[in-house]
Structures are given as structure tokens and as C-alpha cells.
Write a protein of this length. Structure first.
Length: 248
């Protein structure tokens, strides 16, 4: 099966990190297609960035479905554009925050998500509530810009370790979720270092995508995720009218 993973920011090096994490856990029969959005911010840190990341990721999902992808994953922990993508696509679309929370719910009761910046913590908290995990999951920000994860000279990884250590001491966390796709390559080493399960949303999403495809399940296309109403869009957004996006 072919599974698309969209990095909805425009930083190619982060896509490489994401693709490596996905390929490590994918079945032999699974082909991972990892793409970088062609438009939008270089990183997604807060509500404003999210909005401008959505058009590019929708184009990539529509294109991949047309080329035979069986599922799509949005590799941003804000689950950027997830509802819009599910309405547009006929294949399953998975957000890595929802995937990580679903997986960790099977193996622990008290969970801490460690994300990047304070401005990113608040949207993630909202997702925790939306996904029904507010009584079990705490969210911390390590105060590290997303792109600093790409810089070996930064102290980003040390700050991440400090926040995980604090989560174990202060939150009573039994498992940790890494709250950024750019952390996808760190889960195994951090789990070994701290002696607790550390879940990466990219890997969790790959396994859930494989399961949905194997089960023959896709997004319900009535109600909330019914196909978009066909209508003209105007101005700069003209090319994002549903019928045009699906033809790309």
C-alpha cells in the first residue's frame, strides 16, 4: 500500500526526518511517500502559521489520492487542516496528535505531551480536550523553536530532555508523547534514556494508517466530512475551489 505523509511546512530537512521515522516502522509492503508542502511557512508555530499551511497540504493530499495513495498523514502535531483534508479526500487522513494519543491510551494512564513553544502548547491542549484525553494528558512546552531541532549547535535537545525529566517528576507521567514531527527521530533513544514509553506521532500514524487500509475503512462521507460543496472561490483563493483542487 502507498501511504502519503505531508509535511505541511516548507522545510525539506524536516520531511527527511519524518520520512526516516515512518520507514523504520512501516511494513515491507508499505511504500511511504513523504512530501514537503510547496507553499506556506517554514515552520508551524501557532494559529497564524496553521492557516497558511492548509492550502499546500490539501493540494498534496488531493494529488496523492489521484496517484493511488491509500491513506494520508498530516505530519504536524497541531493536526493542521485535518478536518478540511478529511472532507476533501476519500482516503483515510490521520493527524499525528490524534494518532499518538490513541496509541498511548492503550499503554498508560498518565501522559505528558512535550511540545515546542508556549504558543504551540495552547493549540495542543485544545486537541487533547477534543480527543477526550483531558483527564489523562498534560501538555508542556520546552521553549524551543521548531527549526532549532534541525540545528545540532542549539540546546533544543537538552531542553527537551529537561522538560521530559520535569514531566516524570512533577506530572507523574507514565509515558511521554513528543509534540512535534521534527522530534520523530528521538523517540527510541529518549525511551531508553528515561525508561518510559516515548511515543512519536509520525510512527503511530503510520501503523494506524496501515490498519485502516487493511480493514478497508475510510472516512465517513456523510455529515461532518461530507464532500465540500462545489462553488466558485474568488480572488487569490480561486484555485482552491474544491473541483479545481481535486483536478491538480
Amino acid at each position: 500500500m502507498r501511504i502519503l505523509i505531508v509535511n505541511p511546512n516548507t522545510t525539506q530537512s524536516m520531511t527527511t526526518t519524518i520520512a526516516d521515522a515512518a520507514n523504520r516502522v512501516a511494513n515491507k509492503e508499505t511504500q511511504i511517500i513523504a512530501v514537503t508542502s510547496s507553499m506556506g511557512p517554514v515552520s508551524i508555530e501557532g494559529y497564524y502559521d496553521e492557516v497558511f499551511a492548509v492550502p499546500g497540504l490539501l493540494i498534496e493530499i488531493a494529488k496523492a489520492e489521484k496517484l493511488g495513495a491509500k491513506a494520508a498523514i498530516i505530519a504536524c502535531f497541531d493536526d493542521t487542516g485535518l478536518d478540511a483534508a478529511r472532507a476533501l479526500a476519500n482516503i483515510p487522513v490521520i493527524g499525528i496528535c490524534e494518532a499518538a494519543l490513541s496509541v498511548v491510551s492503550f499503554i498508560s494512564q498518565r501522559i505528558t505531551i512535550v511540545t515546542t513553544m508556549e504558543r504551540s502548547r495552547l493549540p495542543v491542549e485544545a486537541l487533547v480536550h477534543r480527543y477526550g484525553m483531558a483527564s489523562r494528558a498534560n501538555v508542556r512546552a520546552a521553549d524551543i523553536p521548531v527549526l532549532s531541532l534541525e540545528n545540532p549547535a542549539s540546546n533544543a535537545r537538552e531542553r527537551l530532555r529537561e522538560e521530559i525529566s520535569a514531566a516524570l517528576r512533577q506530572d507523574g507521567a507514565e509515558a511521554i508523547i513528543l509534540g512535534c514531527a521534527g522530534m520523530a527521530d528521538l523517540a527510541a533513544s529518549l525511551s531508553q534514556e528515561f525508561g518510559v514509553p516515548v511515543v512519536d506521532g509520525v510512527s503511530a500514524a503510520v501503523k494506524q494508517a496501515e490498519a485502516l487500509v487493511s480493514l478497508g475503512l475510510s472516512t465517513a462521507k456523510r455529515g461532518a466530512y461530507a464532500p465540500p460543496v462545489q462553488k466558485p472561490y474568488k480572488g487569490l483563493m480561486q484555485c482552491f475551489a474544491p473541483n479545481i483542487v481535486l483536478q491538480k
